[in-house]
Design a protein around this ligand. Structure first.
Ligand code: PRP
Ligand code: URA
Length: 209
């Protein structure tokens, strides 16, 4: 079973505390989602392979390391995953970006797909699926399944807040996928919202409620 990493870095935890606060406004919420995604990206890319190169400095030759191996792709799950993309592509400018549009049916809580556009060579890339919330896990399981159906073999899931139900669902369906979380919350409520969570991530990023 692939690992679940809970990122307890003090900066991530501090920003998460502000993010969760119901009085945090749209502008600050959106900025924090981006900042946390950047910090999580730093941790989630820690084990990417590197190779040695020689670089001529103004003074001498330096032995340096650069990224090697597979190219990367970032795939946000719409809508809320979009909030995590900008800082990640600032850190990994060569990454391509795919989009998977899913929303949860309010009655059944099942994911409904409405859009998908992936880079042509997605199957040869290491893919980071990003979405702030991992609740029932239905959206994550569907998004990962979709990527696998397109030939992807190296997939990492990045969520800001998860819960045991969502982690179990992803592990059951996709035991090969590593999961990075900033927090593992307690449970889901009767509306399949994460408790204590932060509410509806998409609405808070885009100010739709
Ligand atoms: C939220 C969130 C995830 C999903 C998680 O999106 O961004 O995609 O719910 O829930 P799950 O683990 O139970 O599937 P939502 O469906 O509210 O759509 P939105 O981003 O368009 O608001
Ligand atoms: N989607 C959200 O945005 N928040 C939750 O708590 C659960 C699903």
């Amino acid at each position: 079973m692939a690992e679940v990493h809970i990122l307890e870095h003090p900066l991530i935890q501090h920003k998460l505390a502000i993010l969760r606060n119901k009085d945090t406004g749209v502008k600050e919420f959106r900025e924090l989602i981006g900042e946390i995604a950047g910090l999580m990206c730093y941790e989630a890319t820690r084990n990417l392979p590197t190779q040695e190169i020689q670089v001529q400095t103004p003074v001498d030759t330096a032995t340096c390391r650069v990224l090697a191996g597979k190219k990367l792709a970032i795939v946000p799950v719409l809508r809320a995953g979009l909030g995590m993309v900008d800082t990640m592509i600032q850190l990994i400018p060569s990454a391509k970006v795919g989009h998977i549009g899913l929303y949860r049916d309010p009655e059944t809580h099942q994911p409904v797909e409405y859009y998908c556009k992936l880079p042509e060579d997605i199957e040869s890339r290491q893919v980071f699926v990003v979405d702030p919330m991992l609740a029932t896990g239905g959206s994550a399981v569907a998004a990962i399944g979709f990527l696998k159906a397109h030939g992807c073999k190296h997939i990492v899931m990045m969520n800001i807040i998860g819960c045991p139900e969502g982690v179990r669902a992803v592990q059951a369906a996709h035991p090969d996928v590593e999961i990075y979380l900033a927090a593992m919350d307690e449970k889901l409520n009767e509306h399949a919202y994460i408790v204590p969570g932060l509410g509806d991530a998409g609405d808070r990023i885009f100010g739709t409620k």
